[in-house]
Design a protein around this ligand. Structure first.
Ligand code: NAD
Ligand code: IPM
Ligand code: MN
Length: 353
């Protein structure tokens, strides 16, 4: 039976990079009789908002709930306030479909550029598990005495026992499977409720996994170690906001935003999971054919693995590495002069080789 995939290409470079990802998935479908996809395209995003006054249709979540996976480009564009566009499309999906795991590999692929001195592939091989449903992104708060000298804003940060336990346990199980250590990143010295609680739960859960090496770091020190000693990290588990920030840093040390992929997972599969590059809509290069589609193609690889096609998932990573090593067909962010579609076509060509 065909896998039903909802495609939300979104804004800016979103449609450019997702187009290449779809091209690649269609080629795999062509090459493998056992795989078939049914793509449904949803025109939601900032342009849709400017025309219709909403980021997605009212019954959007209900419609998406019938898909196995969502393949997303990027959301957000000048002209629509970011806190509206992201809240009403990206964040509503992550939270509404209880995609509480945001899995982001921070792995230096063969041939990928790295700004750190003396670092090779085996030194940067982490998997970030970012809490993706609550924490600093909970979304409630208040804006009081607006526009007056007494103006006060409150942004709630919500850490539930269930929310912390499940993400930390997921990290430990993954670490066990991969034979890696787990590092928890928090900030208990300053955030005296939320992060003290997080640290306590991390310690509790770690007792269930005596065979797994564990570390606990403060987020400031962790950022320093990611640059100075990235080899210290295997599986990393952290809160929503820290995970957001640290994975851009992770992208910077492992080839850049054009190479950073992410999966928003509902591990129980009660709801669709969503696959997306971690970069945004890149308004500075949108519409110029300069965007690197490899992050989106890597996200497609994550989707293939999720759907049970590990062989094809791995094949795509091998092809990405070949492209990076050969350095013939690369976009400007990687120092090349190829276009977005040149890179997608090269992946397709290599698939059928
Ligand atoms: P960005 O990730 O869009 O861009 C940061 C820098 O990285 C830019 O210089 C851009 O050109 C470059 N870059 C990003 N992706 C690239 C690619 N595939 N190839 C080559 N270069 C690439 O971040 P930003 O500029 O802070 O945000 C732009 C918009 O995107 C904002 O509205 C923001 O809220 C939104 N955003 C959305 C998502 C998402 O949908 N998941 C993620 C991050 C930011
Ligand atoms: C990401 C993005 C989003 C986030 C924004 C656009 C809301 O930066 O996916 O990393 O903070 O999660
Ligand atoms: Mn981010």
């Amino acid at each position: 039976m065909a896998h039903k995939i909802a495609v939300i290409a979104g804004d800016g470079i979103g449609p450019e990079v997702i187009g290449e990802g779809i091209k690649v998935l269609k080629e795999i479908e062509r090459l493998d009789d056992t795989i078939s996809f049914e793509f449904d395209f949803f025109p939601w995003g900032c342009e849709y908002y400017l025309k219709h006054g909403k980021m997605m249709d009212e019954d959007g979540m209900e419609r998406l709930s019938h898909f196995e996976a969502i393949y997303l480009g990027a959301v957000g564009y000048p002209g629509v306030p970011d806190h509206i566009s992201l809240r009403d499309l990206l964040l509503v999906i992550r939270k509404g479909f209880d995609e509480y795991i945001n899995l982001r590999p921070v792995k230096l692929l063969k041939g990928a550029p790295c700004p750190l001195k003396g670092v090779s592939e085996s030194d940067i091989d982490m998997v970030f598990i970012r809490e993706n449903s609550e924490g600093e992104y909970y979304g409630t708060g208040a804006w009081l005495y607006r526009d007056s000298p007494q103006e006060v804003v409150i942004q709630d940060s919500v850490f539930s026992r269930k929310g912390c336990e499940r993400v930390i346990r997921y990290a430990f199980n993954l670490a066990r499977t991969l034979g890696k250590s787990v590092t928890s990143i928090s900030k208990g010295n300053a955030l005296n409720y939320s992060m003290v609680f997080w640290d306590q739960i991390f310690e509790e859960i770690s007792k269930e996994y005596p065979d797994v090496e564990t570390h606990s770091l403060l987020v400031d020190a962790a950022s320093m170690f990611m640059v100075k000693a990235p080899k210290r990290f295997g599986v990393v588990v952290t809160s929503n906001l820290f995970g957001d920030i640290l994975t851009d840093l992770g992208a910077a040390i492992s080839g850049g935003m054009g190479l950073a992929a992410g999966a928003n997972l509902n591990p129980e599969r009660r709801f669709p999971s969503m696959f997306e590059p971690i970069h945004g809509s890149a308004p500075d290069i949108a519409g110029q054919g300069k965007a690197n589609p490899l992050a989106s193609i890597w996200s497609a690889s994550q989707m293939l693995e999720f759907l049970g096609y590990k062989k094809w998932a791995d094949k795509l990573i091998t092809i990405i590495e070949e492209i990076l090593e050969e350095k013939k067909v690369m976009t400007p962010d990687l120092g090349g002069c190829a276009s977005t579609s040149d890179v997608g076509n090269e992946v397709v060509r290599k698939l059928s080789e």
